[in-house]
Design a protein around this ligand. Sequence first.
Ligand SMILES: [Zn+2]
Length: 129
Amino acid sequence: MTSTDINLTIPLPPKVARRRRSAETIRKHRLPTCPTTGKIRYRDHDQARDGLGSTTERRLRVESEGFTSRRREIRTYKCSFCAGWHSTSQPDLRLVHDQSRREEQELIQQRRETGAAIAARIFAAGARA
Ligand SMILES: [Zn+2]
């Protein structure tokens, strides 16, 4: 290279240094967690439903690819500790209770009907005798 060489390359504009997001900034963008349960805290029912929707979608995709997912969330609920919303894999015990009570009532009703039918048969047999 001699001093007469002309540099024809067009200098590139200086790269703008992209500021790395601090851990604090990244943390702020994530959803907060409940201080009591440690679960992801959704601010309202809609956000919780969206969250549950994406979790379910992800699980179905993973399973359709032949993998197993441990995510089993089935419903959302309002947290009495943080007043936010969480998702859970546990069935609603109030509904389970209602269901078992309904089933119990049906069973009692069936037994009553059976009892009445037996009594009617005995009565009829007695009347014939
Ligand atoms: Zn909570």
